[in-house]
Design a protein around this ligand. Structure first.
Ligand code: NIG
Ligand code: FE
Length: 412
């Protein structure tokens, strides 16, 4: 059945030309129609315009007066670790008492802590917990999300995580993409044999994932004490054999040359980027790899924010993601991430909204389906209460402005 949204205070992210991904100064362009209507046919956007040109509709069309609320394309979150077995607030207390993320990991906390808990949990319980979190994401206005493995760290448990993601894809109205992050940390059993674990992931995990169609992307945590640029390139090559592009964790704590290597080999995105050197900027400027910044992680770990302002000023197209996970970013709140991107990374509101919608859709290869208000895209919408201006959205940090979410044409 068709739905007509009327009295929209402002329809944001209108994309008549289907122009897609925005770079540099284009990120300031965010097309808006004040006092608008939006027509939805089944799961898709079917039309929009100003209220003066409100079309006559069939009697069967359901008319929904949104009473001045603003309508945005639902947020896209192109980097999360939403499937996990347990929260880690014990480490939070350690952190408050002065330990760093690296010190906590060295004591057996961190990713290995999450892996130990996940290995003990059966698939059904993991699915139920994760489905609840995904429901929370949708309620906060998220309409598309990427979810990684990486807390399994054995063949069986990595596959278990990815099967949970597959069930989430089938079960949820949120558009879900799956990423195989086998190389997230060195498992204890391979403490003195990192090469053996890399071999397991390349020779057995990635081929099995491909056979079962369990992932859309591959990822590696390229970092001191985790995996090298050579390990990352080996995974990229293995992924490529199976048609899986790479989205990579690089430059969180150290610049190891991963950005240039990833960009040269056609990675879809490079994520984190808290530490950026001149060569990293130049490599991105010479490529189509999307820099994806994770302000929630910087906020929570108290580490530097990725220099997103400089990236945009140098002509790059930036995406924002939550990095939602129990160890370095225990929140997926998209409104808070928009505020952090503006307040801490000095993005303009238009740039931040583009980074969290159209560019975030590009960073999960979902541009044709989501990320803007365009005919035939999914009717995935985040609807706020009435707001005085666009700037109000990031300005009123911590206040909930998104009141309703529509996914595939249905309110959730
Ligand atoms: O993106 N940096 C590596 N991986 C995650 C953190 C995972 C964890 O601490 O559990 C991240 O921040
Ligand atoms: Fe991450």
């Amino acid at each position: 059945m068709a739905k007509l949204l009327t009295n929209i205070g402002c329809l944001v992210g209108v994309d008549e030309a289907g122009s897609g991904f925005k770079k540099g100064v284009q990120m300031r362009q965010l097309n808006q129609i004040e006092h608008a209507w939006l027509l939805i046919d089944g799961p898709y956007i079917a039309g929009f315009g100003p209220m003066q040109s409100l079309p006559a509709t069939a009697a069967s069309t359901e008319v929904v007066d949104v009473k001045g609320g603003w309508v945005f394309p639902a947020f896209c979150d192109p980097h999360t670790h939403l499937v996990f077995a347990a929260s880690r607030e014990g480490e939070f207390l350690d952190k408050l008492q002065g330990l760093t993320y690296e010190q906590i990991a060295a004591r057996g906390g961190g990713i290995l802590n999450s892996a130990a808990r996940l290995q003990q949990m059966d698939e059904q319980e993991l699915f139920e917990q994760s489905a609840w979190r995904l429901e929370q994401a949708a309620q906060q206005g998220i309409g598309a999300i990427e979810i990684k493995s990486g807390y399994g760290l054995t063949l069986a448990d990595e596959l278990k995580m990815l099967r949970v993601v597959r069930k989430l894809k089938a079960h949820s109205p949120v558009l879900v993409k799956a990423t195989c992050l086998g190389l997230h940390a060195i498992p204890l059993e391979y403490k003195n044999n990192k090469a053996g674990y890399v071999k397991l992931v390349i020779d057995r995990l990635i081929p099995q994932v491909a056979i079962e169609g369990l992932a859309d992307f591959v990822d590696v945590f390229c970092e001191t004490n985790y995996f090298s640029v050579a390990d990352m390139l080996a995974v990229m090559e293995a992924g490529e054999k199976h048609g899986l592009r790479a989205k990579l964790h690089v430059n969180q704590f150290n610049a190891l040359g991963g950005v240039a290597a990833a960009a040269a080999h056609g990675a879809l995105s490079v994520d984190h980027l808290e530490v950026m050197e001149e060569a990293d900027f130049e490599a991105l400027q010479a490529s189509n790899t999307i820099p994806t910044v994770l302000p929630g992680c910087s906020f929570y770990l108290r580490i530097p924010y990725a220099p997103a302002r400089e990236m945009i000023d140098r002509g790059l197209g930036v995406a924002i993601a939550s990095d939602f996970n129990p160890g370095s970013s225990p929140s997926m709140n998209p409104e808070l991430n928009l505020s952090l991107a503006c307040i801490q990374q000095r993005l303009l509101p238009e740039e931040a909204v583009n980074a969290a919608t159209i560019n975030a859709a590009a960073a999960m290869d979902s541009l044709s389906e989501v990320g803007s208000i365009a005919i035939k895209k999914r009717a995935n919408l985040a609807i706020t209460r009435a707001m005085p201006s666009l700037a109000y959205l990031p300005y009123a940090f911590g206040e909930r402005k998104v009141m309703r979410t529509m996914l595939n044409g249905a309110f959730i």
